[in-house]
Write a protein that binds this ligand. Sequence first.
Ligand code: BYC
Length: 338
Amino acid sequence: MYTQALDARGSDALPEDDGALQQRFLARVDAEEKIEPKDWMPARYRSTLIRQISQHAHSEIVGMLPEGNWITRAPTLMRKAILIAKVQDEGGHGAYLYSAAETLGVSRDQLVDQLLSGKAKYSSIFNYPTPTWADVGAIGWLVDGAAIMNQIPLCRCSYGPYARAMVRVCREESFHQRQGYDIMLHLAQGSPEQKRMAQEALDRWWWPALMMFGPSDANSTHSGDSQRWKIKRFSNDELRQKFVDFTVPQAEFLDLRVPDPQLRWDEAKQRYEFGPIDWSEFDRVLKGNGPCNAERLTARRHAHAEGAWVREAASAHAEKQRRRAATAAAAADQEGVR
Ligand code: BYC
């Protein structure tokens, strides 16, 4: 519709000034139209999307590591099969998201280089260790639970390819969240030792899960623009609050204690009040000094180097196909001439 409107003015029309393009872009966003790759968009909208989508893609890929660590030690064959499927899903999410970022004019190689060089951010949550099987349950329940809370609104993001990728991602995250909660339920209803494992995992993951939503609204540098452009539909604090309100009753059902002495239900506000987040820990993790930052990057660099032969083989295969197709097309042309 937008492109037709431009064409209708004739080929000798002067290029529109940036202000008019901006206004038209904002009107489309306000009208809940999706912005597509070939549409005009402000440079900062593009760079904000590249930043967020690539960080999201990196998070999915790095996020395979803490749980992947437990595939060989899952307690039963069924748990192992489920965990393999889950970790594989996260790899798929990373792939869709890199593709969505590529529609904005950046290459996957550039993005992967940014991750491996340590320049790019990925979610703080994946810099924590998984010492017991209960951590796999806590990640599914809390980390995937937080991911769903954050990502369901992204299905309505103004940028079409990101919004569409999120639909499938959210469906899969929902399965992940339930498998995590199921592990926690079995442990919480198991032996005293299993229940203790579940409690300790909740103690380890609760606060980092709250940090996943990003800095408080007062310190969120990108929220203003991202909400104006309908990339983000809710602020970091709003989503964090929804997550707490949703998750505390689930912890109660498990008969586990949320590790926050200040947590209380506020009847007047119809929500939970919770204690202060230790933002100095969040800053430390973002600066690369969390418990597992170095380990995660080393693992990704190793995997990338080990996968070099697969990339080379895929490129060689694609080149062979291209040459065959070109030869076949030339032969068909010759045939036509005769
Ligand atoms: N960790 O202005 P703000 C998953 C950075 S994958 C690290 O509020 P924004 C899963 C932020 O990037 C989970 N950095 O930013 C996978 C910015 O830094 P730069 C990932 C963080 O973008 C496998 C600065 O702090 N989910 O669920 O408006 C297994 C200021 O923040 C974090 C997504 O990526 C953090 N937690 O809002 C299981 C969802 N928080 O770029 C599960 C998509 C903030 O200026 N992303 N920063 O250097 C988003 O929704 C938004 O990007 C955020 C942050 C809410 C995360």
